[in-house]
Design a protein around this ligand. Structure first.
Ligand code: PMP
Length: 429
């Protein structure tokens, strides 16, 4: 049964058993209402309460300031690759439009000569609009490609690509001084933890930090696979998004933490007709942050069951760690150190894939070689691991090898079991 298994899958990932037990009960009969949580209307008070509590608990756990909103969306991390483009290009257009109106000497858009406005805006789009991507692994690469697909490659700037300094492979992060950031990009995008490649930014990049007066680049980060595992400076980001299915809960909801100054009324999205005139894509309404925020994430039918599970995970974290994310961070660091130390103790058998400076604490990627053979040794490793109840260790299909995903739900005991197995396997090889 569950107690015999430690599952190191990369996502969907292991969920705490007590959370699942509670969710199983709620699925049958939520709060003695005689109806399950997946059956209640998303317009019910229950749904609103679940959303508001999960938002409040997330904000408390991560110290999210009041000038940020939390949105629950559908479409996964992949949906956010598109949503971030649509919404932040929209915000860029709105700001540019205000600048142009000022140059035209009018305060109201309606008072401007429309042809003049559109032509100036179109010119600005063609000559100035740039999205910067730091490509450090498979997921930031996918996000970069999606931006090029939606807008056209001429608008997308590959500010850095780790493969150029690592023999065509991911596994390092280029020095910040080598990044080719645009002058005033609509955003700088990066993936804080690359799930497939086992690469994690050690800390917030200095070159993206805000100035003393608060100004600075608009930073967007994908934190799908390391959210809730360490503290990060929320105020340095305009948007942080993450799918739930690794550290937060079950597949089906994606969370967006967004600075309110990027939403209406401070920064309303441009109208579809204006976007059409200047040749930019019109966001599908379900991907429009403004609409989702205005409706407290209930513009359309949201999976409240998935928000409920996320809420229970957050409650458990808050109950376990009085110092909130800092407490979990210390545990995550200790677990990953245990596993990396076991790998490093046997350099003849294990080769850690990423460079030491950027090793992920969440996705531990390595190769296994015995007597000069890798494929055979890795099959044997996976087989022996499974026999011991250590499962989900196969690397991503695009890169092969072994990947141990050390998410929050892996207990220190689970990490210890893996470290012991790493030692035993290498010693007997
Ligand atoms: N970003 C990261 C860092 C991921 O690990 C994943 C999925 N493993 C995604 C984005 C894509 O998420 P989804 O499958 O929910 O679209």
């Amino acid at each position: 049964d569950r107690t015999d298994i430690t599952y190191f899958g990369a996502g969907p990932a292991l969920l705490p058993t007590d959370v699942l037990e509670k969710a199983a009960q709620a699925l049958l009969n939520f709060n003695n209402t005689g109806l399950g949580i997946a059956e209640h209307s998303h317009r019910s008070q229950h749904a609103t309460d679940i959303i508001n509590q999960a938002k409040a608990d997330l904000a408390s756990y991560l110290d999210i300031p009041d000038d940020y909103d939390v949105l629950f969306m559908s479409g996964g991390g992949t949906g956010e690759f598109s949503a971030t483009v649509y919404n932040l290009v929209g915000a860029w257009v709105t700001k540019k439009k205000l600048e142009i109106l000022q140059q035209l000497g009018v305060t109201n858009e309606a008072d401007a000569n429309q042809d003049e406005l559109v032509s100036a805006l179109k010119k600005a789009v063609d000559s100035e609009l740039k999205l910067d991507y730091l490509v450090t692994g498979g997921w930031s690469l996918k996000a970069y490609q999606e931006a090029g697909r939606l807008l056209g490659p001429e608008f997308v700037n590959l500010a850095t690509d780790s493969r150029t300094i690592n023999n065509g492979k991911f596994g390092k992060i280029p020095e910040e001084s080598s990044w080719k950031l645009s002058k005033a990009p609509a955003f700088v995008y990066y993936c804080d933890n690359e799930t497939v490649d086992g690469v994690e930014f050690p800390k917030f990049p200095e070159s993206l930090a805000p100035q003393a007066d608060g100004s600075g680049p608009i930073v967007v980060a994908d934190m799908s696979s390391n959210i809730l595992s360490r503290r990060f400076p929320v105020k340095n980001f305009s948007v942080v998004f993450f799918g739930a299915q690794k550290n937060l809960g079950s597949t089906g909801v994606t969370v967006v933490v967004i600075k309110k100054s990027l939403l209406a009324p401070a920064c309303p999205q441009p109208s579809p007709s204006l976007l059409r005139k200047i040749g930019l894509p019109i966001p599908p309404v379900v991907f429009t942050y403004e609409t989702i925020a205005k409706n407290n994430s209930l513009y359309n039918t949201l999976s409240i069951f998935d928000v409920y599970i996320a809420g229970q995970v957050l409650k458990k974290l808050l109950n376990t760690y009085p110092d909130k994310v800092d407490g979990q961070e210390a545990v995550a660091n200790a677990k990953s150190a245990l596993i990396y130390n076991a790998l490093e103790a046997h350099p003849n058998v294990y080769k850690i894939v990423p460079d030491k400076s950027v090793r992920s604490r969440m996705n531990i990627c390595f190769r296994v070689t015995v007597n000069g053979e890798t494929d055979k040794a890795e099959s044997e490793f996976l087989k022996k691991g499974t026999e011991l109840g250590l499962t989900g260790l196969k690397g991503h299909r695009s890169v092969g090898g072994i990947r141990a995903s050390n998410y929050n739900s892996i207990t220190p005991d689970g990490a210890k079991k893996l470290a012991q197995f790493l030692n035993d396997f290498a010693t007997n090889a």
